[in-house]
Design a protein around this ligand. Sequence first.
Ligand code: NAD
Ligand code: UDP
Length: 308
Amino acid sequence: MRCLVTGGAGFLGSHLCERLLNDGHEVLCLDNYFTGRLQNIAHLRDNRNFELIRHDVTEPILLEVDRIFNLACPASPIHYQFNPVKTIKTSVMGAINMLGLAKRVHARILQASTSEVYGDPAVHPQKEDYWGNVNPIGIRSCYDEGKRVAETLFMDYHRQNNVDIRIVRIFNTYGPRMLMNDGRVVSNFIVQALRNEDLTIYGDGTQTRSFCYVDDLIEAFVRMMDQNEIIGPVNVGNPGEFTMLELAQAVLELTGSKSKIVYQPLPGDDPKMRRPDISLAKKALGWEPKVQLRDGLQKTIEYFKTIV
Ligand code: NAD
Ligand code: UDP
């Protein structure tokens, strides 16, 4: 099949392009290089089934494809808050443009949605039928609300125009090719530890997240796209839940770093806890994550050692 991956030069997108090529598909990698990098896909460029398109999803584009994976959107708070209006445009106009394309060429289209649609959740762990607790006017809203509208658009194109959609709600995912300066907690802690700099915990470090290794996540994407039973939304993530203090201690131990932990103010609207209920993914996709946090951290540390 000919697969379009928007945001294909980013962290998750580059792993997805690689997987789709390995599975024998043609891949069109579309990116505007806001947070993506040519380096992430440099090793794929000689593959004759791989094609690069420099394009911004806020603009329409005409392509002939069988499948669309819509990943284009900055994912880390510092990047999506850099130009919040652009972030909303990317989620909303990007969804409209890609759904319009899917409708025209009858392609199946998957949306990379997020656990952020649950906001600062009042229900724990989060199940797909929970509607969330999202601040519409805070500093994370450009991302959270943009992704929520994108889900609405996907459902409405499905109901109104019969577009063949899939929605996955991704919980915090980490691994090689995260940007060093991307501000997300796993990359921050690893880079700080490798440089023997202080590890910066925001708040008191009791807030929790559930971290999924990238290979597990890509497997869920592929299974979701390949099956015909459900359109989603489906939670994909690792239900292992850790405080940021536990994460910092694990990184210090695995790197053998001399760094100290320092505490900095908690950013606005930072969710207190997050853990996916993945019973739907287990049942419908036969999927659950296989990589434990310490193993995934070790692989990610090895990657960062080559570039720090
Ligand atoms: P990333 O920032 O590495 O990748 C995003 C990619 O989209 C980059 O290559 C960027 O250049 C590109 N992009 C941004 N705006 C664009 C635009 N207007 N037009 C074209 N390309 C554009 O982040 P990631 O972690 O790989 O995230 C990929 C997707 O998965 C995002 O949609 C994100 O919201 C979603 N997601 C990721 C996580 C996670 O933990 N990694 C969690 C939830 C959801
Ligand atoms: N965080 C932290 N130190 C850092 C970066 C992030 O303590 O250097 C915290 C952040 O406040 C949040 C958690 O780690 O509570 C996860 O942050 P990230 O930006 O990775 O993801 P998100 O908040 O979007 O889930």
